[in-house]
Ligand binder design. Structure first.
Ligand code: PDD
Length: 283
């Protein structure tokens, strides 16, 4: 199931074809977004499209379509796909050209999109929480751009999977306090430290997650104390609760870090509360 949209043409996922000379294929020269659809409704589309435009501009791709045009295409595909709980994946690459590192400024970007089923997490997982490992943050210096270059993220998530863990959390540097926690391979992180929800700041070393922003906004509205500041690995190891946020997991508790129990060893009470206000405030 699922449908693809490639440069104006809608097909099944299996039939979708992209040109061999697309720079996305050779260089990962492009950016993307993943938007969640819950019961047929797009979740925070405007925020995703804004970040999409910012990512394009950061890598000097002139947006080939306006946000309104992207929205129209997404709506058309959602209608055709007829999948109520889905993910919309949107991608823009620098388009077709000879395989040369430097690009021609007048090249034409390539837009691709797909809609595929994506179920929400099981309630039992939400209650139990998930385990995470930590890995060195060896990504490039601009992880705030949502680029197609995801090799460090892929290898980190694979390391987690091979250890039976759900996510890999990146740690930048080694001292003091064991380095700074940045984010996870495909989610942002937060921790409850001395009763307060703390999450690393938008300083260019993390993706400005849409879910992270909604969590902060809905938490503040619910008078839950939040703070954006750096978190050391040592602090995270001693935190009462550790939390992942992303389009896929929304707000999810972490029960174990590198094999050691976090807090009570289940998704914590503040995580639950954050999840509830997130869901109530964002749909
Ligand atoms: N990933 N950090 C990274 C590195 C991510 O790849 C993502 C999202 C996030 C969370 O961002 P948001 O709340 O806007 O989804 C943080 C998407 C889901 C993906 O790559 O599929």
């Amino acid at each position: 199931r699922g449908i693809a949209w490639v440069d104006g043409k809608i097909t099944s996922m299996e039939e979708a074809k992209i040109p061999f000379l697309d720079r996305g294929y050779f260089f990962g020269d492009g950016v993307y977004e993943a938007v969640k659809v819950v019961e047929g409704k797009l979740f925070a589309l405007e925020e995703h499209l804004e970040r999409f435009e910012r990512s394009m501009k950061e890598i000097r791709i002139t947006p080939p379509k306006t946000k309104a045009e992207f929205t129209d295409i997404i709506m058309e595909c959602l209608e055709k796909a007829g999948i109520p709980d889905a993910m919309v994946y949107l991608q823009v690459t620098r388009g077709i050209g000879p395989r040369m590192h430097a690009f021609l400024p007048q090249g034409e970007p390539m837009v691709t999109l797909f809609v595929a089923p994506m179920a929400s997490l099981e309630e039992s997982v939400r209650v139990a929480g998930v385990s995470c490992i930590t890995v060195p943050d060896e990504r490039w210096a601009h992880p705030h751009i949502k680029t197609l270059n995801l090799l460090p993220n892929v290898l980190a998530k694979q390391a987690a999977a091979e250890q039976g863990a759900f996510e890999a959390i990146f740690v930048l540097g080694t001292e003091p306090g064991g380095g700074l926690v940045t984010e996870a391979s495909s989610s942002n992180i937060a921790a409850v430290i001395k009763g307060k929800v703390v999450t690393p700041p938008l300083n260019g070393r993390i993706l400005p997650g849409v879910s992270r922003a909604i969590m902060l906004e809905t938490a503040r509205a619910a008078r839950i104390e939040v703070e954006e500041r750096e978190i050391t690995l040592e602090e995270m190891r001693g935190a009462e609760e550790v939390i992942l946020t992303s389009t896929g997991v929304e707000v999810l508790g972490v029960c174990e870090l590198d094999g050691v129990t976090v807090g009570q060893g289940v998704s914590g009470p503040l995580t639950r509360r954050l999840y509830e206000v997130f869901m109530a405030g964002s749909v």
